[in-house]
Design a protein around this ligand. Structure first.
Ligand code: PLP
Length: 371
């Protein structure tokens, strides 16, 4: 029988009102131009699809070991050895997307009252997971350039700080941190023996400079990457994580009692995906980024985003971003108000992960509204 207790208290700390309002407004549109979507518009590479199908046919349909198949972990380790020069036996955990890795990491690391530093604007899940685990979000404002300023980060650190979360290329700003910027963050973190969680899910989508990871400079990094964006496998739920052995060990234990394992056929396909050349897709998205920048730089004062597939655009003077988004939706273009990712309501997020034709039509309407 029900106890009458209802929903657990921790759920009161979650709030989805910002994004719900957008969906409510959008529900009235018959055929909206959506510049709101956080997933690639290309499909999974053919060899990876074929391998997933073959894996199902040959019976790879059972639980795998919790940490992920030996083949996929070896493939990820080999890719890391090439990128970082790591020769040690690091632990790797295959997760159900980067979301799965984040969920495990927050549960393993954050106690009630612990502070989690986020660079504002930030990917929404970090805020919700902090709240869910009883932590306290401490934001470092990075507007208007979205530069990760080391002095500001350092001044946000207190005795209760548990970790700093960084995300480059960034959702929603599209900002990419240079190697020098990451080194400066690493120096601050090292001075305070601070764990850095580095969400590198958009590592493929880096347009103007080589991608750099803080894991190259700083060992106390919990590094997370995914297959969702690079290989368009959003529905296959695949990611991976590496970092300090003790943390990975606890995350693995918790995965055993929660997700159990990432999908077996997706793990088989992941081995193949890692060998696929995605440079054509990156080039296509670079071109779309250029389209967005060319259209929005002057009427909106957009700073050129260097990566991911988002632009974070200042709303025109005199209106809040929420008001501008409502106006855009009334004109059939779906965008996301920056408030969803931020303490501020000054910007809106445009996703250019869509066809050139839809993107051009959407941009034209946004430019008209700005004028
Ligand atoms: N991290 C960032 C910055 C994201 O934008 C997303 C998805 O939008 C995720 C993590 C979650 O990705 P997944 O769980 O599909 O790997």
């Amino acid at each position: 029988m029900p106890t009458g207790k209802g929903i657990a208290k921790r759920m009161e700390r979650l709030d989805a009102s910002g994004i719900r309002r957008v969906f409510d407004l959008a529900a009235s549109l018959a055929d909206p131009i959506s510049l709101a979507i956080g997933q690639p518009d290309f499909d999974v590479p053919e060899p990876a699809k074929a391998e997933a199908i073959a894996a199902i046919r040959r019976g790879d349909n059972k639980y795998t070991v919790t940490q992920g198949t030996a083949e996929l972990r070896a493939a990820v380790a080999a890719a890391c050895a090439e990128e970082f020069g790591w020769e040690d036996q690091r632990p790797f955990l295959i997760t159900c997307g980067v979301s799965g890795a984040l969920m495990l990491a927050f549960l393993v690391l954050v106690d009630p009252g612990d502070e989690v530093i986020l660079l504002d604007p930030y990917f929404v899940m970090y805020e919700h997971l902090t709240n869910l685990t009883g932590g306290v979000v401490v934001t470092v404002d990075t507007y208007p350039s979205f530069d990760p300023e080391p002095a500001k980060i350092e001044s946000a650190i207190t005795e209760r700080t548990r970790m700093l979360v960084i995300n480059s290329p960034c959702n929603p700003s599209g900002r990419v941190y240079s190697a020098d910027e990451l080194k400066a963050i690493a120096e601050v973190a090292a001075r305070h023996e601070l764990l850095v969680v580095s969400d590198e899910i958009y590592d493929l989508f880096c347009y103007d400079q080589p991608f750099a990871s803080i894991a190259s400079f700083y060992d106390n990094t919990l590094l997370m990457r995914g297959f969702s964006k690079s290989y368009a496998m959003t529905g296959w739920r695949m990611g991976w994580c590496t970092g300090p052995a003790e943390i990975i060990e606890k995350m693995t234990m918790l995965q055993q009692y929660s997700f159990v394992c990432a999908p077996s056929m997706a793990q088989a396909a992941g081995v193949v995906a890692l060998k696929c050349d995605m440079s054509a897709q990156r080039e296509a998205y670079r071109r779309k980024r250029d389209m967005v920048y060319e259209a929005l730089r002057e009427p909106f004062g957009l700073i050129k985003p260097g990566g991911a597939f988002y632009a974070f655009v200042p709303a025109p003077e005199g209106v809040t971003a929420t008001q501008f988004v409502e106006r855009a939706i009334a004109n059939n273009v779906l965008i996301i108000p920056g408030k969803v990712f931020s303490r501020r309501d000054t910007h809106f997020r445009v996703s250019y992960a869509t066809s050139d034709e839809k993107l051009a039509r959407g941009l034209e309407i946004l430019v008209r509204l700005a004028r």
